[in-house]
Design a protein. Structure first.
Length: 281
């Protein structure tokens, strides 16, 4: 919603009236047509060929959580993009990984970031991690109409709970149903393979670096069996996005850091193509 202030130099009354601390509620009251779920799609025959993001994985460790994603977007049987970004900071202590319709998913993340920032400015304090997870659930539910037409968005939400002093993971379905995952989880087309890999590699006492390695291993396994998931591309130097959230906040690993882990995993795979047999990271 754009405020026209050129003629008067003052903000419209809508911006000055006390109301909800939810930006979604504010937008729904004053410009509901801007909400993604309120858009009307033209009739379409056959399957929609639009870019989709795929595999996202998350795993906790003592002191935080790792959230990572591959870089491939597909459009039917075609690779639409090799270096798409699927993991974004939500605020200082949380992040979102997207799977599903890429364009809508990125738009939803931007709206979610604005929702959290708006709440903090209005209330003078940030939402709890549980509250953030609930807000995202409401946004996904608002997209149900589009999801029923094939434009689904199914994110993973992870963050550091400053009250409980630990990392937590939340998964969702297309209706906005929310579940807290303990230890690790995955979503997207390669999630079955990534989750199976983490079942063998994950331990509760893994260090931060070991957890990062386990997550990259699981993405490698997902790419091995799912054509929509992209593995580390050493030739093009395209590597997974890996983020870590601790009591110090959100941190995205640099390309050099992820490259080092991905290349180490690749070197080991030259000797063991199927990867480690158990928790031997």
């Amino acid at each position: 919603m754009e405020a026209n202030t050129r003629s008067t130099g003052r903000l419209p009354a809508a911006f000055l009236t006390p109301g909800s601390s939810s930006f979604m509620d504010f937008l729904g009251e004053h410009a509901p047509e801007l909400l993604p779920g309120n858009r009307t799609l033209p009739p379409v025959q056959g399957a929609l060929e639009i870019p989709h993001g795929t595999t996202i994985v998350a795993a906790t460790f003592p002191g935080g959580v790792v959230l990572a994603g591959d870089r491939r977007a597909t459009m039917g049987n075609v690779i639409a993009q090799r270096d798409i970004e699927k993991v974004f900071p939500a605020d200082e202590y949380s992040a979102v990984g997207i799977a599903g319709t890429a364009g809508l998913a990125v738009e939803m993340v931007k709206l979610f970031q604005l929702e959290l920032e708006h709440y903090e400015k209005i209330e003078g304090a940030g939402l709890s991690l549980e509250g953030k997870a609930n807000r995202l659930s409401t946004m996904i539910r608002g997209n149900l109409g589009m999801a029923m037409q094939g434009l689904a968005v199914v994110p993973l939400f992870a963050g550091y709970d400053t009250d409980r002093e630990k990392g937590r993971i939340f998964s969702y379905d297309v209706t906005g149903g929310r579940a807290e995952e303990h230890g690790f989880t995955a979503t997207g087309s390669g999630s079955v393979f990534a989750r199976g890999s983490l079942k063998k590699l994950y331990r509760k006492d893994l260090t931060e670096q070991q957890t990062i390695t386990a997550v990259v291993q699981s993405l490698y396994d997902a790419a091995d069996d799912d054509s929509a998931t992209g593995g580390p591309d050493l030739a093009r130097q395209i590597y997974p996005i890996v983020t870590v959230i601790t009591d110090e906040g959100f941190r995205r690993l640099t390309e050099a850091e992820v490259s080092e882990v991905a290349r180490a995993v690749h070197e080991r795979r030259l000797e063991e193509p199927d990867g480690p047999r158990a928790s031997l990271l």
